[in-house]
Design a protein around this ligand. Structure first.
Ligand SMILES: Nc1ncnc2c1ncn2[C@@H]1O[C@H](COP(=O)(O)OP(=O)(O)OP(=O)(O)O)[C@@H](O)[C@H]1O
Ligand SMILES: Nc1ncnc2c1ncn2[C@@H]1O[C@H](COP(=O)(O)OP(=O)(O)OP(=O)(O)O)[C@@H](O)[C@H]1O
Ligand SMILES: [Mg+2]
Ligand SMILES: [Mg+2]
Lengths: 260, 260
């Protein structure tokens, strides 16, 4: 059974895709067979892995599509290798937005992703889910399918202010669909030179002691540049500060595994 | 007739809310009576202006709600003053997400915001629309109601890569709903110290010469700090580089007015 980790925050641009790809690469580097799933119709994770989004025949849209029952046999062929050993990708494409619209009108759609991932579970030790900056149907399906949710929180005002509301939404998902969901907050884009960054980090650690992870991801230009290279940070800049911090995150998450 | 400017980019965290509030404040400072409208259910613009989102009785959700016909007389009371003379706010609250879901199932909902803004048009010279990081119903209504759309583009890889797709969506809106929509790209979070920032800016100017504005908004810590103060950047840090750049943007947009 794979450990499923959703990466979710309705705030945009806080490092969700960067965290999904970097953490996935570090888990693969540590010998764990890992699948990263792109649940954002804008497909940044698919782009980060170097695939041509417009050229994809199959994507996660087909796996989730209710009328996709006919695609059964094709499922195995939606998973792509990446530049990293033991790291695989289930890509997205813009069709996913229309599939989400159709799916969310059907009763009990929330468990659809969890059901579909079951056929991938036996092949991977970790499945990481990248989500769009919204609390819509795709994010809800990810929260229902996951055992853990990691919320990257940029050390800035808007991101921090939303956390109480986000925590309430996660608690509602725990209550209604998925009692085992463990909730973690990951401070990202931390810039020790600015007062606001230091202030927000301290506030996070005081207000959410049970959720905030020990690992803090600092601002690192390498974590901007990797996106254009089709490689994750572990290959693009293996000894950068950003890579070391994501390796630390991988170790911290390995330490928290339920029934590891 | 007010000039309506939508601020839209499906990429998250690129400075949409910051641009809407800062540009609004600079237009008000230049003597133009301006309304900023928060079309994001996460309500960051409402927070930036210092309002308590949970305590609001009326918001833009009531203005747009199809069953909101009964709220007619209350319309005037949804507009709040801000810390700046001549700058007013039509706030959001989380109920907007549910209103968007209901509205987008009705035929011809796309023109709903344009119709509702007509009753505000005579009172303001400018109406600026802040939108969520998505290409959903709220953003579509904003693009149909607006005469101009300004897309903040962070000088980073994912943001730049999406522009061709975003331009196609805007062109489709022009063709189907709003032929007068003028499209502009605003480089934001520009950091002249990094190679990737300089590279993306040059690429933007070469690939989209007709859309890219002359104004470039650089990285400025003051444009992070303002969010916690209930003031726009023009009051919080009136002589900062960020404020000067947004004043330049206001002048550039005033120069482009259709039939000014
Ligand atoms: N620690 C970091 N240091 C510097 N840059 C970073 C860091 N983490 C992410 N970035 C950069 O910040 C930008 C936003 O990150 P990313 O796209 O991963 O966020 P996101 O939350 O997935 O955005 P969206 O809400 O649009 O999906 C990207 O250009 C990314 O390369
Ligand atoms: N030029 C700038 N320099 C430094 N910080 C900035 C600048 N512009 C915006 N910011 C900060 O970057 C963060 C993201 O900006 P903002 O929230 O305005 O983006 P957005 O596109 O509205 O995000 P979302 O997609 O979540 O709605 C905020 O903390 C904001 O204060
Ligand atoms: Mg992303
Ligand atoms: Mg915003």
């Amino acid at each position: 059974m794979a450990h499923i980790i959703a990466i979710s925050n309705s705030k945009g641009g806080v490092g969700k895709t960067t965290t999904c790809f970097s953490l996935g690469a570090c888990l693969a580097e540590a010998g764990r067979r890992t699948l990263v799933v792109d649940l954002d119709p804008e497909a940044d994770l698919t782009v980060a892995a170097g695939l041509d989004v417009e050229a994809l025949t199959w994507s996660v849209a087909d796996v989730l599509d209710v009328d996709g029952e006919k695609a059964g046999g094709q499922r195995r062929s939606v998973v792509y290798a990446t530049a990293v050993d033991r790291l695989y990708l289930l890509p997205s494409n813009p069709r996913l937005a229309e599939v989400e619209r159709r799916l969310s009108e059907r009763p009990n759609y929330e468990r659809r992703l969890a059901r579909e991932l079951a056929s991938f579970n036996s092949m991977y030790e970790f499945v990481l889910l990248d989500t769009p900056p919204a609390l819509g149907g795709l994010t809800l399906m990810a929260l229902v399918a996951a055992s853990y949710v990691v919320t990257p929180v940029q050390c800035e005002y808007y991101s921090a202010r939303r956390l109480t509301r986000i925590l309430n939404v996660f608690r509602a998902v725990q209550g209604r669909f998925n009692p085992k969901l463990a909730i973690y907050f990951l401070p990202t884009l931390y810039d020790q030179r600015t007062r606001i960054s230091r202030g927000v980090l301290t506030q996070l650690q005081q207000s959410f002691p049970d959720q905030v992870l020990e690992t803090v991801i600092g601002v690192d230009t390498r974590l901007r540049e990797y996106a254009a290279t089709a490689e994750p940070i572990t290959l693009y800049a293996p000894s950068s500060r950003g890579t070391e911090q994501y390796r630390q995150l991988a170790r911290e998450m390995l330490g928290k595994l339920q029934g590891a």
